[in-house]
Design a protein around this ligand. Structure first.
Ligand code: HEC
Length: 118
């Protein structure tokens, strides 16, 4: 093994490391949130706006939703009464803290910065 191949392996590892983390992180929201909302036809943009009205800022909303997703209850839901009467609340999520945290960060990013541009 010469210097050049060692260097190539090193560069390859750095590239892989650099790419794999953002890719898996980027997918948290797409994987954990989008499919079910699509299937049930519940707009993630609308739930975002409703949650933002109730929770106010980013940290409060992330903490509130993280708690709600594990402990969904009629009386703490931001959905309107009609919706809850017809559909009930969602099933409690079994989800890793880190993954949920990333998904909520991406939820925030999608519908604040990028969301406003569309
Ligand atoms: C298994 C299906 C499913 C998954 C997975 C899911 N949701 Fe939901 N979500 C629902 C349903 C059904 C409702 C409406 C009932 C309710 O609010 O409990 C809802 C409601 C919400 C609400 C309103 C919360 C409230 O106070 O009622 C928000 C915000 C939301 N989802 C965002 C997300 C985000 C972000 C993710 C990913 C971390 C996610 N959802 C994953 C089905 C799902």
């Amino acid at each position: 093994m010469n210097y050049r191949s060692i260097k190539n392996i090193g560069v390859g590892m750095i590239l892989l490391w650099g790419y794999s983390i953002p890719i898996s992180a980027k997918n948290a929201f797409e994987k954990q949130c989008v499919p079910c909302h699509l299937k049930m036809d519940i707009s993630l943009r609308k739930t975002f706006m409703d949650a933002l009205l109730v929770y106010g800022g980013k940290e409060n909303m992330k903490a509130g939703l993280a708690y709600y997703f594990r402990n969904p209850r009629k009386d703490t839901s931001v959905m309107d009464e009609d919706f809850i009467r017809k559909n009930g609340v969602k099933p409690p999520m079994q989800i890793d803290n880190g993954v949920l945290n990333k998904a909520l960060d991406q939820y925030w990013q999608n519908y604040t910065v990028i969301g406003k541009l569309h």
